[in-house]
Write a protein that binds this ligand. Sequence first.
Ligand code: SAM
Length: 315
Amino acid sequence: MFEPSNIAPLPTAPAALPPPPSASTLPRAGDAEFAMTRTDFEQVRRIIHRHAGIALAEGKEAMVYGRLSRRLRESGHATFAGYLQHLERTVAGGGAAAEAEMQLFVNCLTTNLTSFFREEHHFAALAEDLRARAAHAAAGAATGAGNGLRLWCSAASTGEEPYTLAMTVVESLGAGARVEIVASDIDTQVLATAQRGVYAADSRGLSAERLRRHFQRGTGPNEGRIRVRAELARLVRFMPFNLVNGDWPRLGQPFDIIFCRNVMIYFDMATQRQVLSRMHAALKPGGLLYVGHSENFTEARELFRLRGKTIYERV
Ligand SMILES: C[S@@+](CC[C@H](N)C(=O)[O-])C[C@H]1O[C@@H](n2cnc3c(N)ncnc32)[C@H](O)[C@@H]1O
């Protein structure tokens, strides 16, 4: 149970993926549960790149083996070649079956590492920016959006990042702020976790004060878990969205702020460029793009100018 007790019971969490074996533990041909050849690996690379923009590096065979073997087991295939043929055939057939099969494939191959208040300096800057935008809007200035700000967390993973945005909104503008946070990811499995909003009580990045203010503690069978309070959850709207092949108009009105952190590192330069120009179009004039600490887009000068540490302003 969570306190207060008028909260629906926690849905059963999906089983976790087994950890991928490291290169040294990859079964040798003959010992392996599933046969995987170099050609199969190349085919996986082509499909994931075409569909999700993810550029899998050379030498990631062990990772691919570890992440996809559960899918082979579930779908009753003894070899990667057999599974990949089934995947390509299903996809060629189109329709809902194709989408579902491709989604399961993609969910296996994404890397979803995240935490609350990751790269914390961004949230002090965000709080300051939110206050400035809200004051500007309240003064009836040219943004025309009243106090209604739109934020997009475009690689939301298991939800720690969008809920961190929501905590920052509540702490800087109050619980009644007119803010919408759209939280999307290509991976539907992590999005389901995000939507539940239930985490381990010792999750990284949360101070004791924030734990108390923004989360309910579970009791009984939910001992050791926490759940985001309704005032945070109401700010966030989750939706699946593929940054590479997505239907961008579906995102609606332009955003004030986009968080796109630690996802472009998986894309090649051409894909990064394409996503950046779409992000430019999805932002209001003067809108901000927050990126990961190891991402650098300073050469896209005609789209974005550097405004702070890994924070860009739409040109
Ligand atoms: C390493 S996590 C980063 C999570 C969070 N932004 C952070 O910095 O903590 C990368 C996320 O990008 C998502 N992703 C990968 N390719 C994507 C694509 N083409 N469209 C949308 N999301 C994608 C993955 O599913 C994963 O959840």
